[in-house]
Design a protein around this ligand. Structure first.
Ligand SMILES: [Zn+2]
Ligand SMILES: [Zn+2]
Length: 143
């Protein structure tokens, strides 16, 4: 997924590529990690004035519905958004600062799928998150 593809999806679904949408997509495409809606709003505000939080939030929900971005829900108050990559991933989350990073490992790969098959169950998807303390917060604690 990139900004070109995202705009194509919008167009195909009958949505206009407004300059505000372009700026929001641009911010999301440049992000290195999943961000909360208010973090995305802050970055969008830096790029353009006169955009309010509800506009940004409505567009995030639209991008989500169109599969342009993914939402990672850690609990009711923490939703993170990231660009869809189609890649299977899991996340590590810092309990102190809330920073989220993706990791390459998937514990499900090593699981006994045959155990689920015995139950007649066909797994389609799963979620897995590791909570802990990030290196930055750990360094701050030592000081
Ligand atoms: Zn941290
Ligand atoms: Zn997995």
């Amino acid at each position: 997924m990139d900004i070109k593809k995202a705009m194509e999806i919008l167009r195909e679904n009958g949505y206009k590529n407004t300059s505000q949408r372009k700026i929001i997509l641009d911010v999301i495409c440049k992000q290195k990690r999943p961000y909360k809606a208010n973090e995305i709003f802050n970055m969008v505000s830096e790029a353009t004035s006169g955009i309010n939080f509800s506009t940004v939030y409505r567009n995030l929900e639209l991008f989500l519905n169109l599969g342009i971005i993914n939402k990672i829900s850690l609990n009711e108050s923490f939703n993170y958004y990231e660009l869809s990559t189609g890649k299977h991933r899991h996340h590590i989350i810092c309990k102190l600062c809330g920073v989220v990073k993706e990791i390459d490992l998937c514990p499900f790969k090593d699981m006994e799928i045959s155990e689920l098959e015995k139950l007649g169950f066909e797994p389609k998807e799963h979620k897995f998150e590791i909570y802990g303390i990030c290196s930055k917060c750990k360094n701050n604690m030592i000081k």
